[in-house]
Design a protein around this ligand. Sequence first.
Ligand code: 5AD
Ligand code: SF4
Length: 451
Amino acid sequence: MSANSQKVYVKNYGCQMNVYDGQKMADLLKPHGYTITETPEDADVAILNTCHIREKAEHKVFSDLGRLSVVKKNRKKVDKNNDMIIAVGGCVGQAEGEEITRQAPYVDMVFGPQSYHRLPEMLAQVEHKVKGKRRKVVDTQFPTVSKFDFLPSTDKTPVSAFISVQEGCDKFCHFCVVPYTRGAEYSRSVKEILQETKHLISLGAKEVTLLGQNVNGYHGEGLDGNEWSLGRLIYSLAELEGLRRIRYTTSHPLDMHDELYNAHRDVEQLMPFLHLPVQSGSDRILDAMNRKHKVVDYLKIIEKLRAARSDIAFSSDFIVGYPGETAKDHQDTLELIKEVGYAQAYSFKYSPRPGTPASILQTQVADDIKVTRLAELQHLVNEQQIAFNQSKVGQTLEVLFDREGKLPGQIIGKTAYMQSVTFDGDSSLFGNFLDVKIKHGFGNSLSGERI
Ligand code: 5AD
Ligand code: SF4
C-alpha cells in the first residue's frame, strides 16, 4: 500500500489479550502511513476489536456499531468520497463472520483474532473499488502459519507491558466460547518470547504480564529444542536485566505444575498475586461445567502456592446461575470463597453462548435468582477485598507508577498485589518503583505517601 495519511481508531473490548492484539494492529498499520486516533469521529478506519465471552459484551459491540454507522453516514453527506471503513475484529468477528455484514451492512470488514496480521492487505482489498463499489472482506480462518511470525515489534511500550505467550484453549468448559473463537492451544517459542521481552525492556517496560487463555498450559519450544513449561519460561525471563516484575494470566487449576510452584518459591520477580479462576465451589457444578477437577484439588493448589510463597494473594472468576445450580451449590461457592479469602475476584451471571453445550441445557436458572446470587457473592468478595486492602494500611509497599490520577498532581501505580495506589506526584515518576507508606485502604484502591 502506498503511503497515506489516514487515521485509525481501535477500540478494544474484553480481555487483556485483546488489548495486546489491538496494540499489534496499530503496530501493523503504522508502517503503512496510518496514524492512530482516539476519536472515532476523526477516523478513516474504525476497528472494533471485540469480545464474545458474554452476551452483554456482544450487545455493546452492536450498539457501538450503530453509533459508528451514523458517523460514517454524516461524513459521506459532507463528501461522498469520504467513506469511513468500519471493521469488526476479535471474537465476535470470529464467531459471527459474514452474519455481521448482513445485520450491519455498513460494516466493510470482518476478521477473527487469528487473521489480523493480514490487516494492511485486507484494508487494501476494501479500498480497491470495483465499478465504484467497495468489496466486503471477511476473514475468519484459522491459518496454519502462526500470526506471530508476521507481527512487527512495537514502538510504544507502557511501563507495564503485556506479552502474548500462549493462545487458544483445548479445555472446552461447557459455558465458554473461547475454544471456538480463539481456536486450539498454541504456544510461542521461548526464543520469540525472550526477544519480544528484551525489546519491551529496551523501550522502558519494567513489568510484563504473560498472557494466554490458558497460560499455565504453556508448552512452547525451549532454547534447547525441548518443550518448556510456563514455570521454566519464567525462570529464564527472570534472568533478563531490568525486568523487575513478572505476572501471568489466566490459569486453569489442572495445569498447575511443579516448575511453576518452584518459580513462585524461587523467582523474586514473580509477583505474589495469582488469578486462578475456580468458577464454582460445588463439585456437582464443576463437573457439569467440565472443569475436570474438584474443590479439594483447588484448595490443595492454593495450599501448595502458599507453602511456596507465604505472602501470595489470590483472585478468581466465578459464574453464578450455571444451569442446574441449586441454592446449596451456591452456598458451597460462598463457603469456598470464605475458605480461600480472596484479594479480589470477578463474578458473572451465567450467559448462554450459542454453540456451547451449557446453552442448550433445560435447567437454565431464572435471571432474578442469578441477580440475587451475584449480589450475595459480590458482597462477600467486596468485604474480603476491603479487608485485604485495609490490611496494608501502615505498611510500606513498593509501587510502580505509570498513570496520571483523576485529580491534578496525583499519580497512580500498582503494588505487587495489583492494588492501585494514588499518590501525590507527577509524570516524572512514571517507570519508578517507590516505597510508599500506605495511609488508607478503600474498596478498589489504596492511597499512600512518600516516605
Ligand atoms: N457466562 C458467564 N461468564 C462466563 N465466563 C466465560 N464464559 C461465560 C459465560 N458463558 C467467565 C468465566 C471466565 C471469564 C473470563 O469469563 O468466569 O473465567
Ligand atoms: Fe474458557 Fe478458560 Fe475454560 Fe478455556 S479454560 S474453555 S478459556 S473458561
